[in-house]
Design a binder for this molecule. Structure first.
Ligand code: HGY
Ligand code: MN
Ligand code: MN
Length: 409
């Protein structure tokens, strides 16, 4: 195990420079997938990778691969990476840290003139967040063969713009065929986005698994009418139906605590006028749990309650599960590499299950995959206040480079 160390200042400066692209008043970052800002961030990453001597390629879902040659270039690469797209009120570290720590590993190998047998790649996965174009992790999902290319390119935002159109508009509709190439291993470094590492004063999270997710879209249709003359008894109020179902979503989460998560994050009310009884409401549901059987139980409870609520209020309901991502166990050899690297680097560490989804979840279906977590301040993420300590980010990247060398040498 060599004792090369990454360049803390260079990693931090790269994170701050990338964070300026879409930087918000409150110090966060709004760089939604396939917007002009996403293009700017991608262009900056590609420029940095080419300056580091990498050859860059882009596949048909806009995933970017920056390759550093190995001494035997016929061998499958060890790939690192994450995403550059953010939530609307996101931070500077979610995803970006995994992308730029991959670049920092390459820069550090260059500084130390270290050659690896296997090629090394730093990667960017399109639309991990699934905020503008649901579902999440769709481009790594196409790479892993979970979705076909047509499905991926046809994902649309609320204005009806598709990923295919937007990839072409920003010039990242690459020509490389999806997937069908072997990775020796894939590693994603990421902030934990929860409070465990910080509370336990652990610097490194050795990620063993990621929890399962189910995403739903619900549309309730009642009858718009006047808020004044319409008697309460004859109303078909879509918002009352939504409110009852949303409260039950929360109850299902609490009934399956402490590990279950249940969230309604997006809602649209039509016509959204204060003196009109809402005729139509659209909202989303996000269920998560590390145990697939419990996730199924939560699913059944939601469907039953939603159906009975809609019929009792005389509402029509369109209920669609748009995404199911089962719980993911990561590859033992990669998890051991991360744990070994943390041990040898002398960082306090603990095994941990990821509450968030990551591109690593889908890549783990086609390549041995592991993740490295570092703490974030107060466990806050998907929030402009998202922050991390430079020393922790450096520690995570030190572990990443050692884990990569264990697999690439
Ligand atoms: O929702 C998630 O877990 C991730 O941030 N896309
Ligand atoms: Mn992320
Ligand atoms: Mn995220």
């Amino acid at each position: 195990m060599n004792n090369i160390k990454i360049n803390e200042q260079r990693l931090w400066d790269s994170l701050m420079e990338m964070g300026e692209i879409g930087g918000t008043e409150k110090g966060g970052c709004c760089r939604l997938a396939l917007t002009d800002l996403d293009k700017q961030g991608r262009d900056l990453f590609v420029k940095w990778c080419e300056e580091a001597g990498c050859t860059v390629s882009v596949d048909k879902m806009g995933n970017i691969f920056a390759r550093r040659a190995g001494t035997d270039d016929s061998l499958p690469p060890v790939v690192m990476g994450s995403h550059l797209d953010t939530q609307p009120t996101g931070g500077k570290f979610d995803g970006v840290y995994g992308v730029l720590s991959g670049l920092e590993v390459i820069r550090t190998l260059n500084d130390n003139n270290i050659q690896t047998k296997h090629p090394i790649e730093a990667s960017v996965w399109t639309n991990e967040e699934g905020s503008r174009f649901p579902p999440a992790m769709v481009a790594s999902g196409v790479f892993a063969g979970v979705f076909d290319l047509e499905y991926g390119l046809s994902r649309a935002d609320l204005d009806g713009k598709t990923m295919g159109e937007e990839l072409e508009r920003i010039g990242y509709n690459g020509s490389v065929e999806m997937g069908n190439r072997e990775f020796k291993a894939f590693f994603e470094a990421h902030i934990e986005q929860g409070p465990i590492l910080e509370n336990e004063e652990k610097t490194i999270g050795v990620v063993t698994d990621a929890q399962g997710q189910r995403w739903y879209e619900v549309k309730l249709t009642g009858q718009e009418s006047h808020a004044g003359p319409t008697p309460m008894s004859s109303r078909k109020d879509a918002l009352v139906g939504a409110a009852r179902i949303i409260d039950q979503v929360n109850k299902i989460g609490l009934e399956n605590s402490p590990l279950a998560c249940a969230t309604v994050g997006l809602m649209q009310v039509f016509p959204n006028s204060r003196n009109v009884i809402p005729g139509e409401v659209f909202f989303t549901v996000d269920f998560r749990h590390p145990d697939d059987a419990v996730l199924s139980k939560m699913d059944a409870a939601l469907r039953e309650f939603a159906n009975s609520t809609a019929s009792s209020l005389g509402l029509e309901m369109e209920f669609e599960e748009i995404w199911y991502s089962p719980p993911v166990p990561f590859n033992k050899s990669c998890v051991d590499s991360v744990r070994e690297a943390a041990k040898l680097s002398g960082y306090p560490h603990r095994d941990i299950v990821s509450g968030a989804g990551h591109d690593a979840c889908y890549i783990s279906r086609v390549a041995p995959t592991g993740m490295v977590f570092v703490p974030c301040e107060n466990g806050i993420s998907h929030n402009e206040a998202e922050n991390a300590d430079p020393a922790d980010l450096t520690a995570g990247c030190d572990v990443l480079i050692q884990a990569v060398l264990l697999q690439a040498s």
